[in-house]
Unconditional design. Structure first.
Length: 162
């Protein structure tokens, strides 16, 4: 019932991840939250491991495996709804050298030296953008649609039982 919405959410997410990668999402988050999140770990988690889980989830949904339903809900709610945060990030003051508009080198997180940490704080840069913001809506549309279908189906199932 929601497999098409799930697959469209994943497809939108993959396009979104391309924008995030090309525009420096991991270094921007490192500067924003004073965490050490490398591009390599970003790629490993979201670009390499993620698609394996999405593929297995799709197969599990097709075979009606309960765990796949849980993973699907996680994807529909996470990338499917929570991507709106990209529109909030430019308004947040970075934890690392917030008043410096240019990219910086800094020791962040648990003492890791990181290079090229960009600043996307609107107040300093004058530009309202954060990596991934332009394509954040792509997984949101089918994700929200999938959640809506699930809620309608759950309501219908309760009505039939009760």
């Amino acid at each position: 019932m929601v497999l098409p919405a799930f697959l469209l959410t994943v497809a939108g997410l993959q396009v979104h991840l391309i924008e995030e990668y090309l525009t420096g999402f991991a270094p921007a988050m490192s500067r924003l939250y004073n965490i050490s999140w490398s591009v390599q770990s970003y790629l490993m988690i979201f670009v390499f491991i993620g698609p394996v889980l999405y593929t297995l989830t799709a197969l599990g949904l097709f075979k009606r495996v309960a765990l796949a339903g849980f993973l699907m809900c996680f994807i529909l709610i996470g990338p499917g709804v929570a991507e709106f945060t990209h529109f909030i990030f430019p308004l947040l003051k970075p934890d690392v050298q917030p008043t410096v508009a240019s990219s910086v080198q800094a020791i962040v997180g648990r003492g890791q030296l990181m290079q090229n940490l960009p600043n996307f704080w609107y107040r300093v840069t004058g530009h309202y953008y954060f990596p991934g913001m332009y394509t954040a809506i792509l997984p949101m549309i089918p994700g929200i649609y999938g959640i809506r279908k699930l809620l309608i189906a759950a309501h219908a199932a309760r009505s039939v039982k009760g």
